[in-house]
Design a protein. Structure first.
Length: 367
């Protein structure tokens, strides 16, 4: 169904990390593609990533002064609880001023006050759950929203009749990636730790590169470090005499994945959806402190389907990482098999399916 009159206002709430934010942007783009006159706004905690990315994408952004409660110290939890009235005040002001027809929760603590107040005021609501194991905020919101879009069949049970499997929406550019190379003399390795980096992967890769160069000769590495580790990683590569492109954040991840032969990364849901769309073989190192161990569950789905290799974070060393990378680089059949299996887990129609459901919710047709 196509939107034609441009009356709709949609508020996307949450984000904070790229894994929550980028699916929302993809859905917003699909909505704007169908109806350029529709109005879209994002609301979140006001992290630098959110403001930079949304400004570049041309979307308006409003801050909600929410504070996370999960995985914090007792003092931080008390401070967060004390801040809840402020967060709900900001959410209330935003909803009264913007008057959205639909609020879409993207996950993350800043989505909670906005979606809860919207539901209480009978505004149509929908949440996106990217992970195999829903986070605390989405589990709470699942009791009040009208619909929940999930990435995996196994997650449906968490949301009952409200849930539907859409897959995780990613930018169209990932689906336009070049086919994986069947053979290579100078392998290209992409290392990403998510939008905030991954210290353990950064350290292991620095040491692994020297071993790979000794065995393979020329290799090309692009390494997203996160802001915190950027200087350390750049200096370390220089000290071992390896020419590596080091960036704190990669803005065009679809192009980066298209250029890569093998990807080393965490197991955040959006990163995995991007790998599937691009059809890239990967070595996954789940973040061990992820809420509800959801990254391990995400990685298990890919491993079970033959779409990735997984290194337990407790077992990660430079030697093991180098060994796994070497194995994929020299074994063309294994590498191409992982790539083909990853494609089978992609969801090219995810954004379209979610916008279809959004249209039904706004028009009052729930299904």
């Amino acid at each position: 169904m196509a939107v034609t009159d441009g009356r709709w206002k949609v508020l996307f709430a949450g984000g904070g990390t790229g894994g929550h934010l980028f699916p929302g942007i993809t859905v917003a783009r699909e909505l704007k593609r169908r109806d350029p006159l529709s109005q879209v706004m994002f609301a979140g905690a006001g992290r630098v990533l959110e403001m930079q990315v949304l400004s570049r994408e041309g979307f308006s952004f409003e801050r909600v002064r929410a504070v996370g409660l999960v995985g914090r110290s007792p003092f931080a939890v008390l401070k967060g609880v004390a801040n809840l009235p402020v967060a709900f005040f900001d959410a209330g002001i935003l909803l009264r001023r913007y008057r959205p027809d639909l609020v879409v929760g993207l996950g993350g603590y800043s989505s909670g006050p906005v979606v809860l107040l919207a539901a209480a005021n009978r505004v149509a609501t929908l949440i996106l759950e990217q992970n195999a194991v829903p986070g605390v905020t989405n589990r709470l919101l699942g009791t009040v929203v009208r619909a929940a879009a999930v990435s995996y069949q196994d997650t449906l049970g968490c949301f009952g009749h409200k849930g539907f499997v859409s897959g995780n929406p990613v930018r169209a550019g990932f689906f336009e990636s070049a086919p994986p190379r069947k053979a290579m003399t100078e392998p290209r390795i992409l290392v990403i730790g998510g939008s905030q980096g991954a210290h353990a992967i950064n350290v292991a890769m620095i040491e692994a590169v020297s071993s790979l160069v000794k065995s393979l000769g020329v290799i090309h590495v692009t390494h997203q470090t996160g802001q915190g580790d950027f200087d350390m990683v750049a200096r370390a590569y220089q000290s071992v005499g390896v020419d590596v492109r080091v960036e704190p954040f990669l803005n065009k991840m679809d192009s980066e994945m298209s250029d890569a032969d093998v990807v080393v990364c965490r197991a955040g849901a959006t990163t995995l959806a991007e790998l599937a769309a691009a059809g890239r073989p990967s070595i996954l190192v789940p973040y061990p402190d992820a809420a509800n161990d959801h990254q391990r569950r995400n990685a298990e789905i890919f491993e079970k389907n033959g779409a990735a290799e997984v290194i337990d974070p407790n077992d990660l060393t430079a030697a093991i990482l180098a060994e796994r990378l070497m194995g994929l680089i020299v074994d063309n059949g294994r590498r191409l098999s992982l790539a083909a299996s990853a494609v089978c887990l992609s969801a090219p129609e995810a954004a379209a399916q979610i916008v279809d459901r959004m249209e039904c919710l706004i028009s009052g047709r729930e299904n």
